[in-house]
Ligand binder design. Structure first.
Ligand code: TGC
Ligand code: FAD
Length: 400
């Protein structure tokens, strides 16, 4: 049964005062579109474990695909606050919908824009911006998740083309993507980005089933069995692990805003429920323990909102560091998960049903806390920034 969407966004510190009229227009348009096009269908698609592909065009129309990509390539030419606000509104509906938009924007359009040549930009970006074409991003492999440096996927120079072999897994949008930006090693062991197109012989994208999280997003593998890649499909302007990690900076930033959207939805539902639900002859919102939950939720949401707003200003000025983005991604997802759990409790037994959004958000966030760098990897990135010492790699003592 479709829920009635009564969402009202919390803005305890009047953060709207920090937004321009254009920001508010973009945010409100995305919010209205979500209420009309996503809320009525999302629970059904979630249960069926299917991505609602009919919304791709609408996502393009609200500027969710490449919001900050220049208009000459079909993007919306917006700033980082606008990008963040769109991600917030989409994830307020469902993390899987935000996933599709952030993969398309930050992990497919961004590398083509930043590391591609003019021909590649003109060929792919305008179609990606409208949603006519969908892309995915292949970095993770079965044996290399947190440590992508070890990737096995590789390509060989065959003179007039490259020959690509290997496999990627856990790839959002893979089952229906038209193109994949794939990270693979050259014969010299250097990581490069290649654009692989559906239909190339030897390229398959089997879907991953049995997910209890992010069910409204399609996830799959990318399998390359002697795939011939035209030389024109190599991204020429950046190589090395820093290239895919540069894309991740942009996507992690989008998640830092997006996860707050999930938290806002759970908080908003909780306030309404706490005022309406009567137990012991009074609304449950009259109990101090319920008020404590609500007060702490709103405090954490407000702190996170301030953090991403400041981060966006730094990004607009090109001053944000990767470590600052890691801190915000980790914090937003962490507070959102905690808020979803508290909100579920406020709704009692009703909280486990699809009449309310908490369980869906909570299950989604179990993916969000892991992808784009796990909770612990982001903590270690902050630790490295503080101490200057990377704690990712350990030399185990020789067992002999
Ligand atoms: P390390 O030696 O530290 O760095 C290698 C090179 O990369 C540079 N670099 C960065 N560049 C840009 N942005 C960043 N955030 C960067 N972080 C590092 C670095 O300066 C160096 O450059 P150079 O020129 O000196 O070579 O690399 P490491 O092997 O020690 O790894 C560091 C670590 C663990 C932080 C990194 O591997 C990491 O972030 N791991 C997590 C992997 C990850 O996030 N995977 C995400 C896969 S994509 C995904 O999940 C999409 S979900 C989509 C959705 O549905 O929304
Ligand atoms: P592992 O790296 O095996 O980690 C397992 C555990 O060990 C984690 O708790 C981790 O924090 C911990 N750990 C690992 N290394 C260290 C260390 N040095 N110190 C301390 N703890 C450590 N990838 C893509 O490339 N493209 C996509 O579109 C994409 N979409 C995804 C969609 C979904 C739904 C999911 C679940 C994942 C997706 N991923 C994608 C993959 C995602 O980025 C990886 O799952 C993630 O990077 C973690 O890798 P892993 O699952 O192999 O876990």
């Amino acid at each position: 049964m479709a829920r009635t969407d009564l969402f009202e966004a919390p803005d305890y510190y009047n953060l709207d005062d920090l937004l321009t009229d254009e920001h508010k227009l973009i945010r409100d348009a995305a919010r209205a579109w979500v209420k009309k096009e996503v809320t009525p269908i999302i629970d059904d698609y979630y249960e069926r474990a299917e991505f609602p592909r009919q919304i791709l065009k609408g996502l393009g129309e609200i500027g969710a695909f490449g919001p900050y990509i220049p208009e000459e390539y079909g993007g919306a030419g917006l700033d980082q606050i606008s990008y963040g606000l769109i991600m917030q509104e989409l994830e307020r509906a469902d993390s899987g919908i935000r996933s599709t938009a952030s993969v398309q924007s930050s992990l497919v359009m961004y590398p083509i824009w930043k590391y591609g040549n003019e021909e590649q930009r003109k060929k792919y970006l305008p179609k990606l911006a409208t949603g006519e074409m969908v892309g995915c991003f292949g970095l993770t492999e079965p044996d290399y998740g947190s440590n992508p440096t070890g990737m096995i996927t590789h390509f060989k120079d065959m003179g007039d083309h490259y020959l690509l072999n290997g496999a990627k897994m856990w790839i959002s949008n893979a089952p229906f993507a038209d193109i994949a930006v794939v990270w693979a090693k050259s014969e010299e062991g250097r990581i490069h980005g290649l654009i692989v197109e559906r239909g190339m012989e030897g390229f398959t994208t089997p879907e991953t089933h049995g997910k209890w999280s992010l069910r409204a997003s399609a996830t799959g593998e990318l399998v390359f069995d002697n795939v011939k890649i035209p030389k024109a499909n190599l991204l020429p302007n950046k190589s090395g692990l820093g290239a895919p990690l540069g894309c991740l900076d942009s996507a992690r930033f989008g998640i830092a805003w997006g996860a707050i959207g999930s938290a806002m939805d759970c908080y908003d539902s909780s306030v309404r429920y706490a005022k309406e639900r009567i137990q012991f002859d009074v609304p449950i919102g009259a109990f101090q323990l319920t008020q404590k939950k609500l007060a702490e939720m709103l405090t954490e949401i407000t702190k996170a909102q301030l953090m991403v707003w400041r981060l966006s200003v730094l990004r607009n000025e090109d001053r944000a560091t990767s470590s600052q983005i890691s801190m915000a991604k980790r914090n937003s997802v962490d507070i959102a998960l905690k808020i979803c759990r508290e909100a579920r409790q406020i709704h009692g037994g009703m909280g486990i049903t699809s009449e309310y959004p908490m369980m869906r958000h909570m299950m989604n966030l179990e993916s969000v806390v892991t992808y784009e760098g796990t909770h612990d990897i982001h903590l270690l990135i902050t630790g490295m920034d503080i101490t200057g010492i990377p704690a990712f790699k350990r030399d185990l003592p020789d067992p002999k």
